[in-house]
Design a binder for this molecule. Structure first.
Ligand code: NAD
Length: 527
């Protein structure tokens, strides 16, 4: 049964445990009705672009299908931006950005605060769109994701009248000012795993620092960004400051990266695409921020609170069906408690509800696409052929349609095994045991990635040692996935370049200008 649009975000009483066969998915017709209810107007069968503060029906007439991964069928077709659409968005952004930067920072703040309020007012629709096109459960999208998106706008709203420069004490008779200026237009390219929060994390700091934005969401999850753009406009954001252009990475994405009037690229996605964008921006000498893949080592010492650590691991690795860049997918557990700890994880996974993400009890939905499902299954099959064994979880019946994958726990995995090195991005963990603190840290660091490390221990000294020696941009001690818009977020090694969030994000969206003034009569050194 459908939860009904009005009940989204409210928990029904807990379903019986997972032995019960998964209930059939809400049918496509009803899903399309839910989708129509999200839009401010009737789009018919094609979702438009958003350019210069208005819906825009693509100039070339090309569309791409937006598939609902829960039923594996097309929900709606989405307009693909043409070169002319990109040019129209750039010109609108250029016009709007000048006045935006010249406005009082407090006026910009007021609009960003209103956007946050409007995001909360449209929580059900934003959550619904992310659940429909990405398969992330509604219990997460309409609640935590929407709230995080609103708070990201609120945090950056608080920075607009605090963008201070500096006065440098230079030679007497001269004054040197350090002034910050916006990049102009920021090109933002986002992945499909957390569509709304990824978009908010790109748009809010760029607008707060006086830039205009051209956003290209992932092909698989293009919907919530369109509604967010309309919401921002409704909240008073002047036309042209935020434009949403859908399309494929290699065409629309690269056209944005290459466009000479787009001064900065901010990208979140895979390390492979990040490397390509880094190469192009390097060639063009364009500013870039890259938030890329990860392979989080989740270290559990024998002295940890094992029950809480097991809750944390299951949330960290299986939230969003494992499709999280910081997923704790590499469990490193002290040998003396390895068996006991794995049994605790298995108990929790056996009880987890997997099914239609529109059902409020569902914790794990489908993965994003048939292609991605096949890729995850290929990783698991290769691990199995190499002799890696799985812990036998209770058999369960998954829905027949849709791109579902059963959770897996892979046992006794060598740290060098491909499955322990590659980002699988599915509902699985590898288990590797260790015998000493040195060994745990060495294994945690032995990947090309460096996004996050998680450590569970009751020893303060041990936790601090891991936090100092782990080569990753995020360290979580006795917690999992703690995030705040005020806290900087970024990776070491091949997990990225630059930072998002926090005051650190401000500089990433601004240029620094050094202004010299001479007070007394200038004398040439050659005089
Ligand atoms: P992806 O790299 O395939 O695509 C990301 C975006 O880049 C999409 O919008 C895509 O259309 C676009 N793109 C693809 N090729 C492009 C090109 N040549 N030029 C310009 N744009 C191009 O990633 P994905 O599969 O959508 O997302 C999953 C990946 O994202 C994982 O690796 C995950 O770890 C990473 N991720 C990282 C973070 C982080 O903050 N570090 C957060 C979320 C996801």
């Amino acid at each position: 049964m459908s939860p009904g649009f009005n009940q989204l975000g409210k928990d029904k009483p807990e379903m019986p445990k997972s032995m019960k066969p998964a209930s059939p998915a809400i049918p496509l017709t009803l899903r399309k009705e839910h989708l129509s209810a999200c839009w401010p107007e009737d789009f018919g069968s094609v979702a438009p672009l958003w350019i210069n503060g208005a819906w825009h029906v693509h100039s070339a007439g090309t569309t791409m299908p937006c598939v609902d991964p829960t039923v594996g069928e097309t929900l709606i077709d989405v307009a693909v931006a043409s070169t002319e659409d990109l040019q129209a968005a750039v010109e609108a952004a250029q016009r709007a950005q000048v006045a935006w930067w010249q406005s009082d920072g407090q006026d910009r703040a007021r609009i960003l605060h209103r956007i946050a309020d409007e995001i909360r007012l449209h929580a059900k629709a934003l959550g619904m769109l992310d659940t429909l096109d990405s398969g992330r459960p509604i219990r997460d999208t309409a609640t935590r994701d929407v709230e995080r998106a609103a708070r990201i706008f609120e945090f950056f709203a608080g920075t607009t009248d605090r963008l201070r420069g500096a006065v440098v004490p230079v030679q007497p008779g001269r004054t040197n000012l350090v002034e910050y200026e916006p990049m102009g237009i920021v090109g933002a390219i986002t992945p499909w795993n957390y569509p709304l929060t990824n978009a908010a994390g790109k748009i809010a700091p760029a607008l707060a620092t006086g830039n205009a934005v051209i956003l290209k969401p992932a092909e698989e999850s293009p919907l919530s960004a369109l509604l967010l753009a309309w919401i921002a406009h409704r909240a008073g954001l002047p036309a042209g400051l935020l434009n949403v252009l859908n399309g494929s990475g290699p065409s629309t994405g690269e056209a944005i990266v290459y466009h000479p009037d787009i001064g900065k690229i901010t990208f979140t996605g895979s390390t492979a695409v990040g490397r390509r964008i880094g190469a192009i921006t390097g060639e063009l000498l364009k500013s870039v921020t890259l938030e890329l893949g990860g392979k989080t080592g989740f270290i559990v010492f024998a002295d940890a609170d094992l029950d809480r650590a097991a809750d944390a691991l299951v949330f960290s690795a299986f939230n969003n069906a494992g499709q999280t860049c910081t997923a704790g997918s590499r469990l490193l557990v002290e040998a003396s408690v390895a068996g006991e700890f794995v049994a605790k994880i298995a108990d929790r996974l056996n009880d987890i509800v997997i099914g239609d993400p529109l059902e409020p009890a569902t914790r794990i939905g489908p993965v994003i696409s048939a292609r991605h499902r096949d890729m995850v299954l290929a990783h698991l099959a290769a691990a199995s052929s190499s002799g890696i064994k799985r812990f036998e979880l209770r058999p369960r019946s998954l829905p027949k349609a849709g791109f579902y994958i059963e959770p897996s726990i892979l046992l006794d995995v060598s740290p060098a095994a491909a499955i322990a090195q590659e980002e699988v991005f599915g509902p699985m963990i590898t288990v590797t045991s260790f015998a000493s603190d040195d060994e745990a840290i060495a294994i945690a660091n032995a990947t090309r990635y460096g996004l996050a490390t998680t450590v569970w221990t009751n020893s303060f000294q041990r936790a601090r040692r891991v936090s100092r020696e782990a080569r990753s941009g995020l360290i979580w001690i006795n917690t999992a996935h703690s995030l705040h818009p005020g806290s900087p977020y970024g990776g070491y090694k091949q997990s990225g370049v630059g930072l998002e969030m926090g005051l650190e994000a401000i500089q990433q969206h601004m240029k620094i200008k050094s202004v010299w003034m001479q007070e007394n009569a200038w004398r040439s050194p050659w005089a």
